[in-house]
Design a protein around this ligand. Sequence first.
Ligand SMILES: [Zn+2]
Length: 81
Amino acid sequence: MSTKTIDEAQERAEKKGAEVLEVEPARGGGSYVLQKLKCGKPSCRCAGPGGELHGPHWYHNWKMDRKTKRIKQCSTIDAKS
Ligand SMILES: [Zn+2]
């Protein structure tokens, strides 16, 4: 487990305007991040400062070929099992 990875995941998400609520190290690499985020559509309720973000949803973030991959998880995960 690497706390650096978790810090990076959180930092990256927050840079994109997401709100990170929880981070769990993922078995097999990467991390699970519970976050609220912007979808990027300018007309959406999430757009602009103070917009209502989507979520929270769990995402699995991991690195592959130096790129960060992200997939959305089901609403509940058991990161520790
Ligand atoms: Zn949106």
